[in-house]
Every structure is written in C-alpha cells, then in structure tokens.
Design a protein around this ligand. Structure first.
Ligand SMILES: NC(=O)c1ccc[n+]([C@@H]2O[C@H](COP(=O)([O-])OP(=O)(O)OC[C@H]3O[C@@H](n4cnc5c(N)ncnc54)[C@H](OP(=O)(O)O)[C@@H]3O)[C@@H](O)[C@H]2O)c1
Length: 300
C-alpha cells in the first residue's frame, strides 16, 4: 500500500495556514504538523509562538493580497488552510471579512493551489440575520464553490477554547468555569479542526468539493465543570459570564447565535464527526490537552 493509502502524508507535503496564531490556527497547525505535514503559518509578528510548535513562520498580513502572494511564493505550498475573522482582523465589518476571504481564494487560484480548505461555521445557513459573524461565512463559501479552486469546507461548532479566552474577558481560573450560555451545547476542539483538515489533505479524492461539520462533544456548562473537576481534582462552579438580559442588550450578534445553539442546533453530531476523527476530544480530553489555567498553573 502507498504511504498515501495508509493515511500518512507524503514526505513533507507543505501546508500554509493563514492566521496561524489564532485559536484555530495555532492548534490546527500543531495537528497538521503531527500528521506529518511541513507546516507554514502566517503571522504579523508572533514568530516565536509558531516556532515553538514546529511551524515555520511567514511574516505577513494574511488579509492583504500582497502579503498572501508573498506567503505562497515563499513557501511553495499548494495546500492552504484559511481562517478569516470577523471580530478581530475584520473589526466587526462583514464586508471586510468577506473581502479577506475572497482575496485568499483569488490568490490561491492565481498561484495554482491544489487544495484550499476554508474554516467556516457549522449550520451557517440556519442562524438568523443578526448573527453577522456567521452569515459572512456563507458568502465566502459560495465564492469558493464558484471559484474553480479545489476546495473543502470545515464547519466547526463552538470551540472549547472559548473557556480560556482572556482577550474576550474569559480567562480560565481554578475552581470556576464561565460562559455566555449554561445550556446543553455542541463543542469542538480547534485541534480537531486541524486533524480533520489533515484527513482532507491526505485524501483529496474523497474530500474535494465536500464539507464536514466539526462537532466533538456535547453537554451543558455543568457537564463542562464536572469534566474540569475530574481533570483538575478541585471543585468547579459553573457560572454565566454575564446575565442573559445583558447578553441580549449588549451582544446582539452573539446572543442570537446562542439562541440557535440553545434551541438544539447544530443538526450534526459527534457520532458523525467521529467517523472521520474517531478520537475527537471530549471536554475532559480538552482540559488535559489544554493543560493549564490562564495564569500558567497546570490543571491537575
Ligand atoms: N469561537 C468559536 O467558538 C468559533 C466557532 C466556530 C467558528 N469560529 C470562527 O473561527 C474564526 C476565528 O478564528 P480564531 O478564533 O482562531 O481567531 P483569533 O484567535 O481571534 O485570531 C487571532 C489572530 O488574528 C490575527 N489578527 C488580529 N488582528 C489582525 C489584523 N488587524 N490583521 C491581521 N491579522 C490580525 C493575530 O495574528 P498575528 O498577530 O499573529 O498576525 C491574532 O493572533 C472566525 O471566523 C469565527 O467565526 C469561531
């Protein structure tokens, strides 16, 4: 059987990850490297963070056409994992995030990329129109489908990484777990986005032109707290990060997103995702994988 047939990457196939230092980019890059790829990641300045996980940094701004052309030319990568970001790089402007996505697709086409994987969002078509940071993904998906670039789409549900997100005022602290919803929800680890991308890059015959929902685990915030208790060995209280009326008043986009999750969405299940990534991380697995609280103290 060939190496490819065995699911092992051909020697050092190159993958370029865009926005490689973010919550998705960093763990997805790690997973791709562990799967045998030669991984390059764009960053404006965080070169040490990428080198520390064995990823070769490419210093450029992934939202800029010239930066992307430079990244592809420098690395010679023909496989791209693309992550756009509404709240960060696009500064909460839908048109700007859509433009970032289109630029990446256009440059990939120009440079003859042979497999472009876009990280979208699960069930993007079913959220209401207030959920702007997800509706943008539909436009980018459509553009990609029409582009002629060989593509796949990964559609992740809510990230476990949201439980330790100091930039968004939610650092993980010993003894407590906080989130904007305490209801039963579906989650995934960003590491599993990378593991799924690795499967797609290794089996283009099966995955080009297809999408996959990334859903690793489901449970309530109390279930998440129990998982942290098990791993950390200390009692954990589950709490809402803010009262629901404040969520509704001040975080309209996210509030409407949570309404969909809380009503039972997304439609997919961990069962289906595990046919592709059989050992997708559960909440307990994720706390072990994540390893430390926000202040650096080890979990457990
Ligand atoms: N959170 C969830 O639960 C969830 C679930 C499903 C899908 N998603 C989707 O995942 C994507 C978010 O990815 P993420 O959380 O990985 O992003 P992220 O962590 O917010 O990305 C942070 C990185 O963005 C780069 N960046 C920030 N401002 C920038 C700018 N002005 N220009 C260029 N780069 C800039 C920085 O990289 P450098 O400083 O290194 O350049 C930074 O390290 C979004 O599209 C979101 O809709 C999120």
């Amino acid at each position: 059987m060939s190496q490819k047939g065995m699911g092992i990457a051909m020697i050092s196939e190159k993958v370029l990850v865009l926005n490689a230092t973010g919550k998705v980019g960093k763990n997805a890059s790690l997973a791709l490297r562990e799967a045998g790829f030669d991984v390059f990641g764009t960053t404006r300045s965080q070169v040490d963070a990428l080198r520390a996980i064995g990823v070769t940094p490419v210093v450029c701004n992934y939202t800029d056409r010239k930066g992307l052309e430079y990244a592809i030319e420098q690395t010679g990568a023909k496989k791209i994992l693309a992550i756009t970001d509404y709240f960060g790089a696009a500064q909460s402007n839908s048109a700007v995030e859509i433009e970032h996505g289109k630029i990446a697709i256009d440059v990939a086409k120009e440079k003859g990329v042979d497999h472009f994987i876009f990280v979208s969002v699960v069930d993007a078509e079913y959220f209401n129109d207030h959920v702007r940071h997800i509706k943008t993904k539909l436009v980018i998906e459509d553009y990609l489908r029409q582009s002629g670039v060989p593509y796949s789409i990964l559609r992740p549900t809510a990230f476990f990484e949201n439980f330790d997100d100091p930039k968004n005022w939610n650092p993980l602290k010993k003894g407590a777990i906080k989130f904007l919803s305490d209801k039963h929800m579906k989650y995934c680890a960003t590491y599993d986005i990378g593991r799924a991308a690795a499967v797609m890059f290794k089996h283009p015959d099966k995955w080009i032109g297809r999408s996959l929902d990334v859903i690793g685990w489901e449970g309530s915030l109390s279930d998440v707290a129990r998982a942290l208790e098990t791993v950390g060995g200390v009692p954990v209280k589950a709490r809402l990060a803010m009262p629901l009326f404040l969520r509704r008043l001040f975080l309209k986009d996210l509030h409407n997103m949570f309404l969909y999750f809380e009503a039972g969405g997304p439609q997919g299940s961990p069962y289906t995702f595990k046919k592709v990534v059989p050992d997708a991380l559960s909440a307990e697995d994720w706390f072990r994988f994540h390893g430390s609280y926000s202040n650096g103290e080890k979990i457990g």
